[in-house]
Design a protein around this ligand. Structure first.
Ligand SMILES: NC(=O)c1ccc[n+]([C@@H]2O[C@H](COP(=O)([O-])OP(=O)(O)OC[C@H]3O[C@@H](n4cnc5c(N)ncnc54)[C@H](O)[C@@H]3O)[C@@H](O)[C@H]2O)c1
Ligand SMILES: O=P(O)(O)OC[C@@H](O)[C@@H](O)[C@H](O)[C@H](O)CO
Length: 499
């Protein structure tokens, strides 16, 4: 639907699931700017289970500030597009009711990669996850997909008004993926409910893909101090970089704000933008985070300033670049140049531990597709292997991280146990290969397809050994020594196909 104001008369509301920092520095601003020229839309924000932001917003009359922090630049902007907020876990029926309400035209999401309940093994919905299992059985929903399913089913039975689900998380083909997860959920529900939900999804629900881009770290006391200095007493200001970009497919079932008037790009080529961003930005960000953690850096900007780490990051960009199908007019050299400056932005104070958290879910979005591309083309991407090795090193041997720091990951315990088992091997070589084999092949932590890539798994094992023998410098040297966009290897492990 291209008419920004289509969707019938009456209130126009967005229900946003995941009231974290990113939404408040990105979609909330686009929506506020669009409303100036395109008519009012409001946002109701739902936090998952944490109360801090909701309680502070209520105390502050639903106002907060975005601090735009560039080199030598601090802008402070008050934002008022979020007019109501609640904590989903505290009001179990409310998410269902809000989704069913015809005034809700869009349900948008930034619930993190973890929030979708994707199985690393199958890429579909993890139907064995306890929250999903309970939701399928009809408990008050706790999982994101369960909450959406319950709300959509009620909406279908109450008004059957169409609605759009708008994922704004860093997932490959986020909208298409979300639609698939809902179908998996419907397939597991009691037959009559499942069939009804599937029919409603087919006829009245759209899930456009989106690409979202703005580096938005967690709030610290320093950010609160900056807001106070600017004259605002704000408990939950949001720091953000100057850069911002939003690309989406114009496929809205019940209208949308005039986001294009606020700078958003509406296109059918979202996937190409998104792959470029998830690989060149998020993929390189992950490498900076893990090498940064291993060298005792708290901030991404400090990791990026280390010449050894910077060389690895640059070579990783070289490996990712040929795997991309770039949209027309996308200047990849300029994007990569700008990325270097964005990563170097110290004022953001973006933590390596924040960017590196939940790697088992994030790397599954950033690494396997590019590795498979290289294998199809007969190359072995050594710096992609280094990304995986550095992540495994951080998680499997957390006690070795400088400064006693640790990374959060839903698979942290499993990885640590694998690390202990692999540590029984006699030499760094044997330990490295054993750890790579246990995690990537046996557990298929980044998916079965990657686990089946023998040469790649061996390269990860070799780099783990290098990390143990000579640390980050030796491993970067080994991975980048002769690599420029991927080593030639013995030949493809997988049949040739599309990019
Ligand atoms: N921060 C950024 O720079 C940035 C940029 C682009 C995209 N994103 C996307 O936005 C997501 C959120 O980033 P953020 O900075 O707002 O993080 P945040 O930690 O500030 O907020 C995360 C939000 O997700 C919710 N959540 C977390 N786990 C959940 C779960 N299992 N189920 C349901 N809800 C859950 C939390 O309640 C919270 O509201 C990222 O994971 C990413 O996919 C972030
Ligand atoms: O948000 P995540 O957790 O998916 O990834 C961490 C960062 O790479 C990410 O937040 C970037 O800052 C962001 O995607 C920039 O647009």
């Amino acid at each position: 639907m291209t008419d920004a104001h289509a969707g019938g008369p009456g209130a126009r509301r967005i229900l946003h699931l995941g009231l974290g920092n990113f939404h408040r520095a990105h979609q909330a601003l686009y929506t506020e700017d669009a409303a100036r020229s395109g008519g009012p839309w409001t946002i109701t924000g739902a936090a998952g289970s944490t109360r801090g932001v909701v309680e502070a917003l209520r105390r502050q009359g639903m106002r907060y500030h975005v601090l735009t922090l560039g080199p030598g630049q601090t802008d402070v902007r008050e934002v008022a597009s979020i007019t109501d907020a609640f904590v989903a876990a505290d009001e179990p029926g409310r998410t269902t009711a809000e989704i069913a309400d015809p005034a809700t035209r869009i349900v948008s999401l930034t619930v993190t990669e973890k929030g979708y309940g994707i199985s690393a093994r199958t890429g579909g919905l993890d139907l064995d996850a306890p929250a999903v299992r309970d939701d399928v059985a009809g408990s008050p929903p706790r999982s994101t997909v369960g909450r959406l399913a319950a709300g959509l089913l009620r909406r279908c039975r109450a008004s059957a008004e169409p609605v759009t689900l708008l994922s704004c998380d860093n997932l490959t083909a986020n909208g298409t993926t979300l639609a698939g997860l809902l179908r998996d959920f419907a397939g597991a529900m009691p037959a009559r409910d499942g069939a009804e939900l599937l029919a409603f999804l087919d006829e009245s629900v759209t899930c456009p893909d989106t690409m979202v881009d703005r580096i938005v770290p967690a709030t610290t006391d320093e950010h609160r101090r900056m807001a106070a200095e600017a004259g605002f007493d704000d408990e939950v200001p949001v720091p953000a970089e100057p850069f911002t970009m939003w690309v989406m497919r114009d496929d809205f079932a019940a209208g949308r704000p005039a986001w294009e008037k606020a700078g958003a790009v509406l296109t059918d080529r979202v996937h190409d933008y998104e792959t470029a961003k998830v690989r060149l930005l998020n993929g390189v960000h992950s490498l900076l985070a893990y090498l940064g953690m291993l060298t005792g850096r708290e901030l991404i900007a400090d990791a990026a300033a280390d010449p050894v780490v910077a060389r690895a990051a640059e070579r990783l960009g070289d490996e990712y670049e040929p795997t991309l199908v770039l949209p027309g007019g996308f200047d990849v050299a300029a994007y990569r140049r700008e990325l270097r400056e964005r990563f170097a932005n110290r004022r953001l104070a973006h933590g390596t531990a924040q960017v590196g958290a939940d790697g088992s879910l994030k790397l599954a979005q950033r690494v396997p597709g590019a590795v498979l591309w290289h294998r199809r083309h007969g190359t072995l991407p050594a710096v992609l292997a280094l990304t995986v090795a550095a992540w495994l090193k951080c998680l499997a041997h957390p006690a070795a991280l400088p400064g006693g720091r640790a990374l959060a990951d839903p698979n942290a315990e499993r990885l640590r146990a694998k690390g202990e088992r692999a540590a029984r091997g006699g030499t760094p070589e044997r330990r490295g290969h054993e750890l790579a084999r246990l995690c990537l092949r046996e557990e298929a932590l980044l998916g079965q397809e990657l686990g089946g890539q023998d040469e790649f798994v061996a390269a990860v094992g070799e780099l783990l050994a290098e990390l143990e023998r000579g640390g980050v410098a030796a491993a970067v040297e080994a991975a980048t020594g002769s690599s420029a966009g991927g080593h030639r290897s013995g030949g493809p492990d997988v049949p040739s196909g599309g990019p």
